[in-house]
Structure formats: structure tokens, C-alpha cells
Write a protein that binds this ligand. Structure first.
Ligand SMILES: Cc1cc2nc3c(=O)[nH]c(=O)nc-3n(C[C@H](O)[C@H](O)[C@H](O)COP(=O)(O)OP(=O)(O)OC[C@H]3O[C@@H](n4cnc5c(N)ncnc54)[C@H](O)[C@@H]3O)c2cc1C
Length: 323
């Protein structure tokens, strides 16, 4: 089951061509067990990979890539759903709508697996996955045990969770708690003009907006937003506004969330090219890779960070996992 020197270019949406020393596809509990024993025996590092739409491979991977294809569970219990992590996220959203279970429709069209959703607490159009997770079943690759983490234990935050720092936890199954009644969340600017009676209509509008605003990663390899929106303290906002009166920002708990796209555009970086990578003309948070090597995109993202930092003294943080 474990293969060697596997080319990963088909398994990451930037289409970077790096090899993994070892590679296994995990469809069953016994595959997970095999991966566990192999890691312990050979004392090697490992990485769980979903659909590879939020990872940046920077060099050959000298450990075991565990490709998640685990699809054991898909069960509805009244307004709750237990779903295995290897299912495709967007197909799961459609499944929920078809079964009159609501809440996830604003997260329509996000690429990737169900199991990767909690890692960076995926969010879009005023919703985050963490609002609908009851608990998560993980396989602990340090101990070999299956553990249950309640929502509170997952330390969900803005594009953040406990899983980002605990890469030995393989999300196996997720228990979602959804709504039986559809109440549209059209708080996002582009959706405010509509009155949605059906979740399927809201989904259609979201897909239309995403299609217009974002780049298709199949034809223009990308990982969605490359940078998080920076969070700053209220006192620092005053200084920024004194320089930039039309700064785009939002309240975020006790902090202020600044639009990273706005900062990048103000630095005239939209459309900027560096060798075989460029900042998208459609959306300035999206970096497009046109190379099999990671060099261009890594240099481009460093250039963007440096220019924004020099102008605004704000450090942009990468959203995808850099490997
Ligand atoms: C065009 C485009 C648009 C996007 N739009 C959005 C958006 O609107 N909102 C948003 O939040 N994100 C967005 N993303 C980012 C991406 O879709 C999400 O982060 C998604 O959840 C990644 O899923 P994946 O299966 O591809 O994960 P991968 O890229 O395979 O993995 C991402 C990280 O999760 C870890 N991981 C994956 N599966 C598991 C598991 N089962 N257990 C433990 N760790 C795991 C990996 O080790 C890695 O660190 C977008 C990406 C693209 C390309």
C-alpha cells in the first residue's frame, strides 16, 4: 500500500512538482493503522493531505504523505450529521441542503475535503464552519488512539484552530449540528440586496459571486487567499486611519480586522508578476503559480509581504500551510 517517490503535482492546487519519499492512500481504518505502524517503525515525519488546495510544497517531502480518502460515515440523526473527513466539502454542503439541513450554504464552493475544514476554520460570506461543529473524532498519530474533541476544545479562531499546531491529530469524522429551518444569512455586502427563500437559491448566488471574484485553480493554479486579514489593536487603527482615511476594516471581537486585499492594492501590487508567478488581477489575495517549481511563488509572496510591511508596518501572515 505504501509507495515510494510519489510525484505530488496532481495532489496540490498550485501544481508544484515535488516528490514524497513515501505515500499512502487511507480509505479504511486498517489503512490508517498501516500508516501508523510505518511511521513508528521508521521514525519518519508525516503529513495528512486532503485535496491539497491549501498547501504550498517548498521542497521534496522526506516523510510519509497520508492522502485522506476516508469515507466510512455519512449518517443523519435528526438535525445532526456524522460525516467522514475524506468526503468533498462542497458535495457535503449540497447533501445537507437536499436533506433540509441548513447553516453551511454560505460555505458553498470552498474546495477541499470535509476533514480539512476545521484546520483553518474555513469561512466565507459571514459564516465559519466552527459554528456548526459539535465534536470531532480524531486518530492520534502519537498514541494510536481515537479521541473525541468537543467544539470548545478545538480552540477555533479566525482561520485558526488547535489542529494547526497539533499535526499528529488526523480528523477522521466530524459531527455537525445543523438547523432544521432555513434562515438566510445575507449580511455580506454582495448578498444584502437579495431576499432568499430557499437555501439552494442562496447557494446559487454564492457560487456565482465566487466564480466571478475568484480564479479557477484548475486553469490558474492557486490556493485561494494567500494571506490572512491582519488583526490589529484599536490604538494602532487610529495611526493607520490618520494616514489612510479610506482604509477598509471590520470589528473582530476586541480587535480590528484590516482588509489584506486593500493593503495589497494600495501598494499597487494587483497584477504584479515575478518570474512565473503573479498576483491575480481579479483578486489581490490570490497568487497564481505558473511553474512546476515553488521558487517564483515563494519569492512573490515574500515581495508582497515586504512591500506591505515597509509601507504600513503590518506583517501579513500566510493562510495556507507552507511545507
Ligand atoms: C480557489 C480557492 C478558493 C478558496 N476559498 C476559500 C474560502 O472561501 N474560505 C476558506 O476558508 N478557504 C478557502 N480556500 C482554502 C481551502 O479550500 C480550504 O482551506 C480547504 O479546507 C482545504 O482543503 P483540502 O482538503 O484541500 O486541504 P489540504 O490543502 O490538503 O490541507 C490543508 C491543511 O490541513 C491539513 N489536513 C487536511 N486534512 C486533514 C485531516 N483530515 N486531519 C488533519 N489535518 C488535515 C493538512 O495537513 C494541511 O495542513 C480556497 C482555496 C482555493 C484553491
Amino acid at each position: 500500500m505504501i509507495v515510494t517517490n510519489k510525484d505530488l503535482s496532481e495532489f496540490n492546487s498550485l501544481q508544484i512538482a515535488v516528490n514524497a519519499k513515501y505515500y499512502i492512500e487511507c480509505k479504511t481504518d486498517s489503512d490508517i493503522g498501516e500508516a501508523f505502524r510505518f511511521i513508528k517503525k521508521n521514525k519518519i515525519k508525516f503529513l495528512i493531505l486532503g485535496e491539497g488546495t491549501n498547501v504550498v510544497f517548498t521542497k521534496p517531502y522526506v516523510g510519509l504523505i497520508i492522502k485522506n480518502l476516508f469515507k466510512k460515515e455519512k449518517k443523519i440523526y435528526k438535525n445532526k450529521v456524522k460525516i467522514s473527513s475524506g468526503y468533498n466539502w462542497d458535495r457535503f454542503v449540497t447533501f445537507c441542503i437536499k436533506n433540509s439541513l441548513y447553516g453551511l450554504e454560505n460555505l458553498s464552493g470552498i474546495p477541499g475535503t470535509v476533514g480539512a475544514g476545521p484546520i483553518q476554520n474555513i469561512g466565507a460570506y459571514g459564516e465559519e464552519i466552527s459554528d456548526y461543529i459539535e465534536h470531532i473524532e480524531v486518530f492520534n498519530f502519537k498514541t494510536g488512539n481515537v479521541e473525541i474533541l468537543n467544539n470548545m476544545n478545538c480552540n477555533f479562531g479566525y482561520r485558526d484552530s488547535l489542529f494547526k499546531k497539533n499535526k499528529h491529530l488526523f480528523i477522521k469524522n466530524i459531527f455537525f449540528k445543523l438547523k432544521n429551518k432555513f434562515i438566510a444569512n445575507n449580511s455580506y455586502q454582495d448578498l444584502k440586496v437579495y431576499r432568499f427563500k430557499k437555501a439552494s437559491d442562496l447557494r446559487k448566488s454564492i457560487l456565482k459571486i465566487r466564480n466571478k471574484k475568484l480564479e479557477n485553480y484548475m486553469t490558474r493554479p492557486n490556493v485561494g487567499s494567500f494571506f490572512k486579514n491582519p488583526l490589529i489593536k484599536k490604538k494602532d487603527l487610529k495611526i493607520l486611519i490618520s494616514k489612510e482615511a479610506d482604509l477598509k476594516f471590520y470589528k473582530h471581537d476586541s480587535l480590528i480586522k484590516i482588509s489584506a486585499a486593500w493593503l495589497i492594492e494600495r501598494c499597487n501590487l494587483k497584477g504584479m508578476r515575478f518570474n512565473k508567478a503573479r498576483v491575480s488581477n481579479k483578486h489581490s489575495l490570490v497568487l497564481i503559480n505558473e511553474d512546476k517549481s515553488p521558487n517564483s511563488i515563494l519569492k512573490l509572496k515574500n515581495k508582497v509581504k515586504t512591500i506591505v510591511s515597509n509601507k504600513y508596518n503590518i506583517r501579513l501572515e500566510e493562510e495556507p500551510t507552507i511545507i
